[in-house]
Design a protein around this ligand. Structure first.
Ligand SMILES: *[C@@H]1O[C@H](CO)[C@@H](O)[C@H](O)[C@H]1NC(C)=O
Ligand SMILES: *[C@@H]1O[C@H](CO)[C@@H](O)[C@H](O)[C@H]1NC(C)=O
Ligand SMILES: *[C@@H]1O[C@H](CO)[C@@H](O)[C@H](O)[C@H]1NC(C)=O
Ligand SMILES: *[C@@H]1O[C@H](CO)[C@@H](O)[C@H](O)[C@H]1NC(C)=O
Length: 405
C-alpha cells in the first residue's frame, strides 16, 4: 500500500510539471486556463480488428488461419481458438458467437476500458457497386474482401451486457463519406452506446492521405462529403461528429495533420506504431515512439487521441504474406506486464491533459500483427491485468492530487 501511495505522489508531481510547462508554451489557450485539469479522467478505448469469424472461403479468415498456424505462434492466439489435438498445425476459431462477445465485454469493462473502435470496411461483395470501394480493393488495401467484417459490432449491439462498453468506428480509405455509405454509419452514430466527446460522436479515419484525396478530386472536394456527413448527423440529432485522422508511426504525424487540415477534422491520432528489428527491439523503444507522438502533436497545438501501442510483431504475416499488405519480420519484443502498465499509466496522464481526453490502445485483437489485449492461449489475461493495473495507479495519482489541492 505504501509503495502504491508513493508512486501516486511522484506521478502527480510529474503531471504538474508538464502542466506548468504547457501553460508557459506557445500553444493557444482559450480562456487563460486549460480546458482540462491534471486530475481529469481520460477515457480509454481499444481498436478491434474483427477478422476472427473463421468463415470458409473468406480471404481474410483463411489468411488469418494460415498466418497463425505455425506452432511457434499458438501462444498468441485468442482465447477462443483451438488447436487440433491430432494435428498441431490445425487451428480453428470462430468469434462470431454471442457468448464470446458477452465475455469480452465483461473483460474489457473490468480492465477499465470504455469503448471499442471497430475497424469498419467496405463489405464484399455487397459494396462492389461503389467505385470508392473498388478503389480500396484495387489500390489501398488490395484484395481485402471481407464478407462479414461487422460481426463483432453486431454481437456487441445485440448483447445483454451491451452497456458495459461503448463503441466507435475506425473508417478506412476514400469510401466512408460517400452518399452510399454515410447512412450505414449515421444509423450507428444514433445508438446511445456510440462513444461521444461531449455530445459529439467520436469517429476515426485511417488509410487517409494524398492518394485518397487525389482520388476524390482533392482535399477541398473530398471535404464536401465530410461536411455533408456532419450536417446529416446534426440533422438526425446525433451531434456534430468529432473526426480524428490517423496515421501509422510517429514519423508520419504530418500525414494525419495534412488530412485533418484538408478535411476539416478535429484531431489526429495514430493507428499503430510499427518498427523494431529482425532480431527484436526492446518494447521500451516502441513506448518511446508513442511518447514522441504525444509530444509532437502537443507541440504542434493539435488535439489528439493519445495512441497507446501494446506491441508490433507481424512475423506471422511476414511468413505468410496476406494479399492486402506486405509486412516484414521487423518487430518489437513483447512488453512485460510492468512495461505495459507503465505506458498505460503515462498515457492516461497525457490524455487527461489533452482535448478530447481520450486514449486509444492498439489493439484488442490484432494478434497477427502484434497488438493485442484480449486473453490468449499462452498468457491468459496478463495484458488486460496490466492495463487494469496501470489505470488503477493513475486513479490513485489523481486521488492524491485532489487531496493536495
Ligand atoms: C494438419 O493440418 C494442416 C492444416 O490444416 C494440413 O495442411 C495438414 O495436411 C494436416 N496434417 C495431417 C497429417 O493431417
Ligand atoms: C441483432 O443485430 C441485428 C443487426 O444489427 C438486428 O437486426 C437484430 O434485430 C438484433 N437482434 C437482437 C436480438 O437484438
Ligand atoms: C457511453 O457513453 C455515454 C455517453 O454518450 C456515457 O453516458 C456512458 O457512461 C458510456 N459508457 C461507457 C461504458 O463508458
Ligand atoms: C507469454 O507466453 C509466452 C510463451 O509461453 C512467454 O514466452 C512469454 O514470456 C509470456 N509473456 C508474458 C508477458 O508473460
Amino acid at each position: 500500500m505504501r509503495a502504491v501511495l508513493g508512486l501516486g505522489a511522484a506521478f502527480s508531481l510529474a503531471g504538474l510539471l508538464v502542466y506548468t510547462q504547457r501553460n508557459g508554451s506557445a500553444r493557444p489557450v482559450v480562456t487563460g486556463a486549460p480546458s482540462r485539469t491534471v486530475s481529469a479522467r481520460a477515457v480509454f478505448g481499444a481498436i478491434r480488428w474483427d477478422a476472427w469469424n473463421g468463415l470458409a472461403g473468406d480471404v481474410v479468415s483463411s489468411t488469418v488461419a494460415q498466418t497463425m498456424a505455425p506452432v511457434k505462434y499458438h501462444w498468441r492466439l485468442p482465447w477462443y481458438a483451438t488447436v487440433d489435438p491430432a494435428n498441431e498445425t490445425k487451428i480453428s476459431f470462430n468469434a462470431d458467437r454471442q457468448s464470446i462477445m458477452d465475455q469480452e465485454l465483461q473483460l474489457a469493462h473490468a480492465a477499465g476500458l470504455s469503448f471499442w473502435a471497430y475497424d469498419t470496411y467496405c463489405v464484399w461483395p455487397t459494396d462492389a457497386h461503389i467505385p470508392e470501394c473498388q478503389f480500396w480493393w484495387d489500390t489501398e488495401s488490395v484484395g481485402y474482401k471481407a464478407t462479414d467484417p461487422a460481426y463483432g459490432l453486431r454481437l456487441h449491439r445485440n448483447s445483454s451486457v451491451k452497456h458495459l462498453m461503448n463503441f466507435s468506428l475506425v473508417l478506412l480509405g476514400s469510401s466512408p463519406a460517400t452518399p452510399q455509405l454515410r447512412p450505414r454509419y449515421l444509423e450507428l452514430f444514433a445508438d446511445p452506446s456510440f462513444q461521444r466527446v461531449g455530445d459529439r460522436p467520436l469517429v476515426f479515419l485511417f488509410n487517409v492521405g494524398r492518394q485518397q484525396a487525389d482520388h476524390m478530386g482533392g482535399w477541398a472536394k473530398w471535404r464536401e462529403q465530410w461536411d455533408a456527413f456532419r450536417r446529416e448527423s446534426i440533422a438526425q440529432g446525433s451531434g456534430n461528429p468529432y473526426f480524428v485522422a490517423m496515421c501509422v508511426g510517429a514519423a508520419n504525424l504530418h500525414v494525419a495533420e495534412e488530412a485533418r487540415a484538408g478535411l476539416g477534422f478535429d484531431a489526429v491520432s495514430a493507428y499503430a506504431l510499427p518498427g523494431g528489428t529482425v532480431g527484436g527491439t526492446a518494447f521500451a523503444a516502441q513506448a518511446a515512439e508513442a511518447r514522441e507522438f504525444w509530444g509532437q502533436a502537443r507541440a504542434a497545438g493539435l488535439e489528439q487521441v493519445v495512441p497507446v501501442p501494446t506491441g508490433w510483431d507481424p512475423r506471422p504475416r511476414a511468413d505468410h504474406e496476406p494479399v492486402w499488405v506486405k509486412e516484414g519480420p521487423e518487430h518489437f519484443l513483447e512488453p512485460t506486464a510492468a512495461e505495459l502498465a507503465r505506458l498505460v499509466e503515462d498515457a492516461a496522464a497525457a490524455a487527461a491533459e489533452e482535448e478530447p481526453g481520450v486514449a486509444l490502445l492498439y489493439a484488442w485483437n490484432e494478434n497477427t500483427e502484434g497488438g493485442w489485449l484480449l486473453p490468449t492461449l499462452g498468457n491468459g489475461t496478463t495484458r488486460l491485468d496490466a492495463v487494469a493495473a496501470g489505470l488503477k495507479r493513475r486513479a490513485g495519482a489523481e486521488r492524491n492530487h485532489a487531496l493536495w489541492q
